[in-house]
Design a protein around this ligand. Structure first.
Ligand code: HEM
Length: 502
């Protein structure tokens, strides 16, 4: 008996060893460099221990393990292919999109969980394509223009809050204030709800959204486990999203019920309900099941809250910080904004969206600190990389290291210097295509890019027209949260001095 047990154990260990060897030689066999990985863990330890975050590991692969624009790595035993060459990136994100339209999917098998499975971010294949087509009209300039006043209302609340804080305290935690602004704005534009997080220290929405951004090794481990073994983790009901998703699910269900009784606000929820009605009435291909059911609408509302909260708050807060560190840029931008207000009487949609230096300041902020530091695609059918002998196999994960490309001197001379002039119309032609991708690229880019930019521009303009901004004494540099997938400053403390009336 003892001998049999020992023999079985030896067989198990040998099989594991062989499987591990087979998996961890995936890139070497294809002539692609990759950092050395640990048995069964691959480069997982480097990824989670990387400081300050995942992009630090990406940077290591980008700098040391890419050859002819390609590099490899392993998360647990899953091979990841880094695409570092802008021309190749364009090929994959745009021209050969039909091979790379998917992302890794995090689907919960919990029977009551309608919260995230059907979100645009999570869906793949034909279902993603149909949903994206249905949702795209909600993000046109005409629809955004209708939401402009909602965003301005929230920016006025941000201003009032900062005025109060600045009167009481030597400096203001601008990151926290911007987080309140974006949660109020997205709750208003996605759900039509007033969550009053400026007035109420214990407001529910900010508290419930925070756990989605909790950083840490355990969280990253869960994500990677679910991505690598979806079937097993699905059976064990290992979810990657916190329980707070059920709170947002309930809010969405109640709001949809209220809208059906006739309340209308012109926000994203109304637009999704309109798209649902038009899908139901459409005479196109009756054989296809309708996809915009209530569970799908609920998933989008929750997704908007999650993806719209920290990304945009980080952008506004870091832009404010960079302007504080560069007073001459701050003054030039303020002058542009004051001229717009003088001409039009107030901030208008067109004025804000057409302001060239404002756009350049935000674009340069997003270059230095892209909230999403990398892009991901999953190969859905085998693909030979043009100009190489390499074939990407179905199921391979592709990674575009945005952070590293944004900081590469090859594309951005004096890459660490904040210089918005790079994005002024007269210099834009010098930018190599696909070296600036804060909103991703190709047909699966950020669907809400224009909305996010409108929101960030309105908030930043409002702050600049109200305050002179300086970094707080002792606040030296942006400190990014460790163990996070996103670029998140832990805090941004600024001295806000109200400007005198002109
Ligand atoms: C500055 C703020 C933001 C940044 C930097 C940002 C960035 C991104 C990036 C990099 C992606 C992945 C694109 C790709 O894979 O090519 C993405 C996807 C997405 N974003 Fe944003 N985002 C921002 C704000 C928002 C907001 C406010 C919303 C919602 C109201 C939103 C909704 C989405 C959705 C739904 C997707 C998935 C699109 C799809 O898979 O078809 N984002 N975003």
């Amino acid at each position: 008996m003892m001998l049999v047990t020992l023999a079985l154990m030896a067989l198990l260990v040998t099989s594991l060893w062989l499987y591990n060897k087979h998996r961890l030689s995936y890139w070497a066999k294809r002539g692609i460099l990759s950092p050395p990985g640990l048995p069964l863990l691959g480069n997982f330890v480097d990824v989670v221990m990387g400081k300050p975050g995942r992009w630090a590991f990406d940077e290591k692969v980008y700098r040391n393990y890419t050859r002819e624009g390609l590099g490899g790595a392993y998360i647990l035993l899953s091979p990841i292919l880094y695409i570092a060459d802008p021309e190749m990136i364009k090929q994959i994100l745009v021209k050969d999109f039909d091979h790379f339209s998917d992302r890794q999917s995090f689907t919960s098998l919990h029977k009551n969980d309608k919260s995230m499975n059907e979100s645009l971010f999570n869906l793949n294949g034909e279902k993603w394509k149909r949903l994206r087509n249905l949702m795209t009209p909600a993000f046109t300039s005409g629809k955004l223009k209708n939401m402009f006043h909602l965003v301005c209302e929230k920016a006025d609340t941000l201003k009032a809050f900062c005025l109060k804080e600045a009167a009481k305290k030597p400096f203001v935690n601008v990151k926290k204030a911007c987080g309140r602004f974006t949660i109020d704005t997205i709750a208003s534009c996605a759900f039509g709800l007033e969550c009053n997080s400026f007035e109420d220290e214990d407001a529910v929405f900010p508290a419930k959204v925070q756990p989605f951004f909790a950083a840490g090794i355990l969280r990253i481990f869960k994500f990677m486990l679910v991505a690598t073994f979806p079937f097993i983790t699905g059976l064990m009901d290992v979810g990657v999203f916190p329980e707070e998703k059920f709170f947002f699910q309930q809010v969405a269900e109640e709001t949809i019920a209220a809208r059906r009784k006739g309340v209308r606000r012109g926000d994203f929820l109304d637009l999704l309900l309109e798209a649902q009605a038009s899908e139901e009435n459409s005479s196109d291909d009756q054989t296809k099941a309708k996809i915009l059911d209530d569970a799908t609408i609920i998933s989008q509302s929750i997704l908007f809250i999650i993806v719209g909260y920290d990304t945009t708050a980080t952008t506004i807060a870091i832009a404010s910080y960079l302007l504080s560190k560069n007073p001459e840029v701050q003054q030039r931008l303020r002058q542009e904004l004051q001229e717009i207000v003088k001409e039009e009487g107030k901030l208008t949609y067109q004025g804000v969206m057409d302001a060239k230096y404002l756009d350049a300041c935000i674009m340069e902020t997003l270059r230095l600190y892209p909230p999403a530091p990398n892009l991901e695609r999953v190969c859905s059918k085998d693909y030979k990389v043009p100009g190489t002998n390499i074939t990407v196999r179905k199921g391979d994960i592709i990674e575009v290291p945005i952070w590293s490309i944004h900081h590469d001197e090859k594309y951005w001379p004096e890459a660490e210097v904040y210089n918005p002039d790079r994005f002024m119309p007269e210099n834009k032609a010098d930018i190599v295509p696909y070296t600036h991708m804060p909103f991703g690229g190709g047909p699966r880019n950020c669907i809400a890019m224009r909305f996010a930019l409108m929101e960030a521009k309105v908030a930043l303009s409002t702050l600049l027209l109200t305050f002179d901004m300086k970094t707080a004494p002792g606040f030296r540099d942006i400190d990014l949260v460790n163990g996070s997938f996103l670029i998140m400053p832990s805090t941004v403390n600024l001295v806000l001095e109200p400007l005198g009336e002109e």
